[in-house]
Design a protein around this ligand. Structure first.
Ligand SMILES: CC/C=C\C/C=C\C/C=C\C=C\CC(=O)SCCNC(=O)CCNC(=O)[C@H](O)C(C)(C)COP(=O)(O)OP(=O)(O)OC[C@H]1O[C@@H](n2cnc3c(N)ncnc32)[C@H](O)[C@@H]1OP(=O)(O)O
Length: 261
């Protein structure tokens, strides 16, 4: 039986779906997870009754740990290529969605988890000091590709992105609010109610005007990836299969395990 990585609950009375990521222990984004996520987004996009999506997590304390590192370590170039296509597809479906997308960030959200959040239209994060969010790729010895970087620039601006990406910064909730990485902080118990109430404000705007405006803002980056999608895959495969990069990933995974012990 196929495993489910996400639960989708559609409320037909409001036209809002809640996608709960549910892949313990850390909602890491595996090839299967990403494929299922993209299919779910596609289905909601095709559903004329669905106007908005709230993205959140069922896993305690974690929104998403980002890309599943085990999908990039010790794998064949073919596997790495298939994995990267799935990462691209997830981003294209989320960043390019015509629906209103709100991230209710109820836990830590490094790297690919942060990418998911900043690909949404609005972010509300639980105000808990131990949670963090950011694109920390350089800390793993890897480089965020241009479409991660440009998504971040569109969210927090050029200078803050440069600072943030070079140092692989992870922000706690008040810092994330200050830099503009999230739009609002909320207590754990009120997070989903607040997300629904923000959604109602966005739903009050006529869809066609909001959708054209959103597309105008995001289309240049999306088109840039679409134009060079296969080159981006080959670039990733070449980079990630290098001995030095594989060594960095191995050391990072060992560090994660040691931290635990
Ligand atoms: C020139 C450029 C050309 C091309 C572009 C090239 C490259 C770009 C490539 C890649 C971009 C990647 C983006 C990413 O998303 S990489 C992933 C980054 N993620 C992280 O750094 C997060 C790491 N994890 C954590 O910090 C923590 O686990 C936590 C804060 C999310 C949760 O902490 P906890 O204390 O609650 O849990 P842990 O004990 O640490 O973890 C439990 C369990 O899960 C494993 N794990 C954690 N994160 C990942 C992950 N991302 N992938 C796979 N597995 C993960 C962890 O090892 C533990 O496993 P065990 O139980 O010990 O087996």
């Amino acid at each position: 039986q196929r495993r489910m990585f996400t639960n989708v609950e559609m409320d037909n009375s409001t036209g809002v779906a809640v996608i709960k990521m549910n892949s313990p222990p850390v909602n890491s984004l595996s090839l299967e997870f990403l494929t299922e996520f993209a299919i779910n987004m596609e289905k909601l996009e095709m559903d004329r009754g669905c106007r908005g999506v709230i993205l959140t997590s069922s896993v305690p304390r974690i929104f998403s740990a980002g890309l599943d590192i085990t999908e990039m370590y010790g794998k064949t170039p073919e596997h790495c290529g298939a994995f990267w296509r799935a990462v691209q597809e997830m981003w294209l479906k989320l960043y390019g969605s015509s629906m209103i997308t709100i991230a209710a960030i109820n836990g830590s959200s490094p790297a690919g988890g942060c990418l998911m959040a900043i690909s949404c239209d609005y972010r509300i994060m639980t105000d808990y000091p131990k949670y963090s969010i950011g694109l920390n790729e350089t800390k793993l010895g890897i480089v965020a590709p241009f479409w991660f970087k440009d998504t971040m620039i569109n969210c927090i601006g050029n200078r803050a992105t440069e600072h943030s990406l070079q140092l692989g910064l992870q922000y706690n909730p008040p810092e994330a609010l200050k830099v503009g990485l999230v739009d609002q902080l909320e207590t754990e118990d009120k997070l989903m109610t607040t997300a629904s109430s923000v959604m109602s404000q966005w739903l009050a705007i006529p869809d066609h005007a909001r959708q054209i405006t959103k597309s105008m803002m995001r289309k240049p980056i999306i088109d840039q990836l679409l134009r060079q999608r296969e080159a981006d895959v080959q670039n990733f495969v070449k980079f990630i299969t290098k001995d030095s990069i594989q060594k960095s990933l191995q050391m990072y995974m060992e560090m994660l395990k040691q931290k635990k012990g």
